[in-house]
Design a protein around this ligand. Structure first.
Ligand code: PLP
Length: 439
């Protein structure tokens, strides 16, 4: 009876559920996940797999946390909903907590997803410049290979053409520059020189485009989904200087890097940087409920507060700041702090890096790079030419991992031919035994 039920479930899934990004594959139907605990998920056939991608880089505290379920339950019983035109205790407490974590003074705007949080950042940036009498500043610069979300503005900021070309025209005013990709830097340039050069190219773009038209730069502390590209610290420092020099806002997308993933509470904290706007989602609630934040420096907010005719930020979303989601976020942050998951990420990541060191001798492994508990393994056909590994080779490895009980990711940018980076991003709560298993 159980077997029949399971088969029916898979059949109904095929008939009714349109899956994200995946093409229809008649031989390989989507896995139906039935249970999840710690770092492990169970599928409809009872197979247990270690989720080496934390879902979509998001279940930072691991699965099956009863205290998060209870936080949602208690809040829903007490008061299930209030729009953010009003306010409520969980939203207020969470805003205060986020400021404590950012160690700075921000106003907290709530939405539902990482894409939403970035859209809000773009709108606030444009209106801010208008209110400062700089209404020509409407353009945003981001980097090729970066992913910033799926809605029209966030997709416009995304620097991966294959995700975009069927949905054009997207929002206007989004420009792109190349990110530092240290593994593929020109011969003869040191990593530092190369990173400085990439930052200079960004400044050249601002100047060529006429600096008075640039509203903001959006970037992740390191490019995650585009293939784990970790900049040299001089790059971030220089970009920050450039933003300041030209009156451009620096928007840091912490949707993946936030909440401990990189071994600091936020990724930008590796670089002594002070962003104007910080966006966060995923690890904010460890994906137990949808919630995102656009944190905006208070002096930017002041221009809204003080502007006489134009102080409205005309943006509302129904679910943003949902009380249960805020209560879950508070409890999730409490777990991250109490269990020291930020330093745990650094410890786990260091050990993973050390133990996989010997993979560097493998003929198909071009580069291994990681920060905190987030790793990319770049596969190549040839270590000298660095030709990206063939798609079927990458898929075969992912498939073999899955057969052996481990889910890992495949990232990069297909158009550029770099969909050859294996990604590993397990829950920060993973045990030593979980890590042994991954290794
Ligand atoms: N920004 C980054 C860096 C992301 O990786 C993602 C999603 O993967 C987003 C934004 C969009 O977040 P969401 O899928 O919640 O809209």
């Amino acid at each position: 009876v159980e077997d029949k039920k399971k088969k029916l479930l898979v059949e109904k899934d095929r008939q009714n559920v349109w899956h994200h990004v995946s093409p229809y594959n008649k031989d390989n139907p989507a896995m139906v996940v039935t249970e999840a605990k710690g770092s492990w998920i169970t599928d409809h056939n009872g197979n247990r797999l270690l989720d080496g991608m934390s879902g979509l880089w998001c279940v930072n505290v691991g699965y099956g946390r009863e205290e998060l379920a209870l936080a949602a339950y208690e809040q829903m019983k007490q008061m299930a909903y209030a729009p953010m035109i009003q306010s409520h205790a969980p939203a207020i407490e969470l805003a205060e907590k986020i400021n404590e974590l950012l160690d700075d003074d921000y106003m907290i705007f709530y939405s539902n997803s990482g894409s939403d949080a970035n859209e809000v950042a773009f709108k606030i940036a444009r209106q801010y410049h208008q209110q400062n009498g700089e209404s020509l500043r409407y353009k945003f610069i981001s980097r090729y290979r970066a992913y910033h979300g799926s809605s029209m503005g966030a997709l416009s900021a995304t620097g991966q053409a294959l995700r975009k070309y069927k949905y054009e025209p997207l929002s206007s005013g989004f420009l792109h520059v190349a990110p530092p990709d240290n593994y593929r830097r020109p011969a003869g340039q040191s990593v530092k020189e190369y990173n400085l050069r990439r930052a200079e190219e960004l400044e050249e773009k601002i100047i060529w485009e006429q600096k008075e038209t640039i509203a903001g730069i959006i970037m992740e502390p390191l490019i995650t989904g585009g293939g784990v590209l970790i900049p040299h610290p001089v790059y971030v420092k220089k970009v920050q200087e450039i933003c300041k020099r030209h009156g451009v806002l620096l928007i840091i997308d912490e949707v993946i890097c936030g909440f401990g993933r990189t071994g600091k509470m936020f990724g930008h904290m590796h670089y002594d940087s002070r962003p104007d706007i910080v966006t966060m989602a995923k690890g904010l609630t460890s994906a137990y409920l949808p919630l995102s934040i656009t944190a905006v420096r208070k002096d930017i907010y002041e221009t809204f507060k003080n502007s006489e005719e134009n102080s409205h930020f005309r943006h509302v979303n129904t679910f943003g700041g949902n009380p249960a989601a805020c209560a879950v976020a508070l409890k999730n942050i409490e777990i991250i702090e109490q269990e020291n998951l930020v330093s745990r990420a650094a410890i786990l990541g260091d050990r993973l890096e050390k133990e996989l060191e010997e993979l560097k001798d493998h003929p198909y492994v071009g580069d291994i790079r990681s920060q905190g508990f987030l790793m990319g393994i770049e596969l190549v056909e040839d270590k000298i030419t660095k030709e990206p590994a063939l798609a079927q080779r990458v898929s075969k490895i992912i498939g073999e991992c899955k057969v052996n009980g481990l889910i890992i990711g495949k990232n990069g940018d297909t158009v550029a031919g770099y969909n050859n980076i294996l990604t590993i991003c397990p829950p920060l709560s993973s045990t030593d035994e979980d890590l042994d298993f991954i290794i």
